[in-house]
Design a protein around this ligand. Structure first.
Ligand code: NAD
Ligand code: GDU
Length: 328
């Protein structure tokens, strides 16, 4: 059985579903702070609770035959982390330490960790490889880097085997349109543009129009949540088959799209027109983040299957089918 922390969230719910389809048994541990019970596949065992609750962790690890942990739960908004860093150090660092401590106490030594391209900071070149320097410019990125540092130390001294996946910008929805992204407030670009095109907001805000990028807006590398999910299952198989490995991989599509590119693509796919407003830069936003995913393609044989159009189309189908998101 695989324990999925944060499995009621956007990414964790997609990976949970895919693992169940592949025949894995899954237990989801989630405090529903940003997740939704309705997003959790009914075939999974759902445990309501917090990863910082050591008594609960003790019960979970005693009761279920957990072979590995996929650790998605965290606070994950760059802007909020700048305003409230302690929330990020407590939820992402302190509570993750408690989780790993309990895992090791129960001889559970395989962990897949949701890391982020925010660990890199401002890139020195056009494409980020895993050996790029790590100089995060916001507390969110720093909280994830702290855990990566701890994982590396524990892999050398405590027999922990981990794969840390540095996601770039995750978007899109399950092809069934039964699960998708539902955050409140929504801060991510693609859902914000699509919800505006559904008539839910007056305009789309563009945070910064004078970056040193081709059109002055920030460039990001968007990856479909189902491609990300495939990578998690490959990483899990890698950890299960070899007892000795630990590694770090980028997960992106190796293509950069500006904020304006995204707005234009959303307009073309939905055949609707957006009203945009350029606002000041959002604090903590690097101008350009594009992945090299060569390492994960070579080592795990990961092949992303979705381009930007499919990312936006599946997200649009989800928003059209569930204009209010999951039932509240
Ligand atoms: N969405 C992205 O583009 C992106 C990019 C890079 C990395 N990530 C990472 O991926 C992971 C999942 O992101 P997401 O977009 O699905 O976020 P999400 O907010 O949708 O999901 C996070 C889940 O964790 C749960 N949770 C939070 N704190 C918890 C705690 N202390 N105990 C138990 N459950 C808790 C929430 O209720 C939620 O269900 C995060 O670790 C995030 O940092 C996301
Ligand atoms: O309404 C919006 C929303 C976003 N943006 C811009 O669009 C780009 C993408 O922003 P998102 O909020 O969609 O994503 P981020 O790049 O901030 O964040 C994502 O990537 C980060 C790494 O940098 C973290 O991993 C985080 O969890 C993940 O959501 C940024 O330049 C942002 O300034 C806008 O202009 N308007």
């Amino acid at each position: 059985m695989i324990l999925v922390t944060g499995g009621a969230g956007y990414i964790g719910s997609h990976v949970t579903r895919d693992m169940l389809v592949k025949g894995y048994k899954v237990a989801v541990l989630d405090n529903l702070s940003t997740g939704h019970l309705e997003a959790v596949d009914k075939r999974a065992i759902f445990i309501f609770g917090d990863i910082g609750d050591e008594r609960l962790l003790e019960q979970v690890f005693k009761r279920f035959p957990i072979r590995a942990v996929m650790h998605f739960s965290s606070s994950c908004l760059v802007g909020e982390s700048v305003r409230n860093p302690m929330k990020y150090y407590q939820n992402n660092v302190e509570k993750t330490i408690r989780l790993i401590n309990k895992m090791l106490a129960h001889q559970i030594t395989r962990l897949i960790f949701s890391s982020t391209c925010a660990t890199y900071g401002i890139p020195t070149g056009t494409v980020l490889t895993e050996d790029h320097g790590l100089h995060p410019i916001n507390p969110y990125g720093r909280s994830k880097l702290m855990i990566e540092t701890i994982l590396k130390d524990l892999s050398e001294s405590n027999g922990l085997h981990y794969v840390s996946l540095r996601y770039f910008n995750v978007a899109g929805a399950h092809p069934s349109a039964e699960i998708g992204e539902d955050h409140f407030p929504e801060t991510h670009l693609i859902p914000n543009v699509l919800q505006h095109l559904q008539g839910k907001t007056k305009e789309v805000s563009i945070f910064g129009g004078d970056y040193h990028t081709p059109d002055g807006t920030c460039v990001r590398d968007y990856i479909h949540v189902c491609d990300l999910s495939d990578a998690h299952i490959l990483a899990l198989e890698y950890l299960v088959q070899s007892n000795l490995v630990s590694d770090i991989f980028n997960l992106g599509n190796e293509r950069g799209y500006s904020v304006l590119d995204i707005i234009k693509s959303c307009e073309a796919i939905t055949n609707r027109q957006a009203r945009v407003k350029v606002l000041p830069k959002r604090f903590g936003d690097p101008p350009l983040l594009v992945a090299s995913s060569e390492k994960i393609r070579n080592v795990l044989g990961w092949i992303p299957k979705h381009n930007l159009e499919q990312i936006i189309r599946t997200a649009w189908n989800w928003h059209e089918k569930h204009p209010e998101g999951f039932p509240k």
